[in-house]
Design a protein around this ligand. Structure first.
Ligand SMILES: [Zn+2]
Ligand SMILES: [Zn+2]
Length: 334
């Protein structure tokens, strides 16, 4: 492993592990170098640089129809920490340790992964920074570029501008959105959003966001919204900030179940509310696409990242937890 991002899904397990979810090695935004391959691996060889992403079976109907983020075994492959058969590639003193979190458990010097969730990248890229492309960055950017596909000149509001929301913002610029409105309660995040290209910022601790967005859009509302929070009032605001027709992509995760109340009349007149997992991304296509945009200077996701030595993992987790960094990435000495 060369780099490993810290994502809120990791923090959720640290805060409240489910029964049977420990001991576990977390981390699911790894990047590194292939050391060895199994006998049936065809597309990778030792020495290849790879970005690790979520795991998918590659065989079910959804995988074979190029929607691996809806793999029938997504939960089992990614969120239990074990392999599908319940085993793990790791143990300590003979006792199994869960080591297949998102098919990677990448807060570790070495990890056992499948060919499906290791995406080959060029050697000239800053490998230690690429891990978040496999989860957080692809979640935000994919919600815009894969799900919403905004028309050039359209308007978009992004609720919650942490790493996922800022990635969505960078993608909205790529798509050519004219009005890009960042909504958050943290002023420093809003200022960073403005630096990265938000045309308007709304501090929702001080202003009612739906009204503020109408004020910015001649009373109409925006064409698109992205909810990166998942709290019921935020999802509702993101839906009500739309004009008709309009689409809200919700990617914020607050655990399951999480009941949201919406006004049916909001949907009836042509509004769409769509849930998005992993940015509707086929990683083998979308990760290279994001890298190409990065090379062209259109997708500077590296500006969202602060690095920490792997030894300082607790400091990094603390910084991610308190939001003093947007995206913390652990780096390993080579
Ligand atoms: Zn599958
Ligand atoms: Zn994640």
């Amino acid at each position: 492993m060369v780099g490993g991002g810290i994502c809120h899904t990791d923090l959720g397990v640290i805060a409240a592990p489910a029964e049977g979810q420990t001991p576990i090695v977390l981390g699911h935004e790894g990047s590194g170098v292939v050391r060895e391959i199994g006998s049936e691996v065809g597309g990778l060889k030792p020495g290849d640089h790879v970005v690790l992403t979520y795991s998918s079976c590659g065989r079910c109907d959804n995988c074979t129809h190029s929607i691996p983020h809806h793999c029938r075994d997504f939960m089992g492959l990614n969120l239990t920490g074990a392999r599908l058969d319940g085993t793990s590639p790791l143990c300590k003193d003979g006792t199994p340790v869960l080591g297949a979190w998102f098919g990677q458990s990448s807060w570790a010097h070495h990890s056992v992964v499948t060919e499906q969730n290791a995406i080959k990248v060029d050697h000239d890229l800053p490998l230690e920074l690429l891990g978040p492309l496999g989860c957080g960055i692809q979640t935000g950017a994919g919600a815009v570029l894969n799900t919403l596909k905004p028309r050039p000149g359209s308007s978009i509001a992004i609720f919650g501008v942490g790493s996922v929301g800022l990635a969505a913002l960078l993608a909205a610029r790529v798509a050519g959105c004219e009005k890009i409105i960042a909504v958050d309660i943290q002023q420093s995040r809003l200022e960073q959003a403005a630096e990265l290209g938000a045309t308007h910022i709304v501090n929702s601790a001080e202003q009612e966001p739906v009204e503020a967005i109408r004020g910015i859009t001649d009373g109409r509302g925006v064409h698109y919204t992205v909810d990166c929070i998942g709290l019921p009032p935020v999802v509702r605001s993101a839906l009500e900030s739309l004009q008709t027709p309009g689409t809200c992509a919700t990617v914020g995760f607050q655990g399951i179940p999480n009941e949201v109340t919406i006004d049916h009349g909001q949907l009836l007149f042509g509004k769409t509310l769509i849930g998005v997992i992993e940015g509707d991304s086929v990683p083998s296509d979308f990760i290279p696409q994001m890298i190409e945009l990065y090379r062209q200077g259109q997708f500077p996701f590296d500006k969202l990242i602060d690095t920490f030595d792997f030894e300082d993992i607790n400091k990094a987790i603390d910084a991610a937890h308190h939001g003093t960094v947007v995206k913390a990435v652990l780096t390993f000495r080579r």
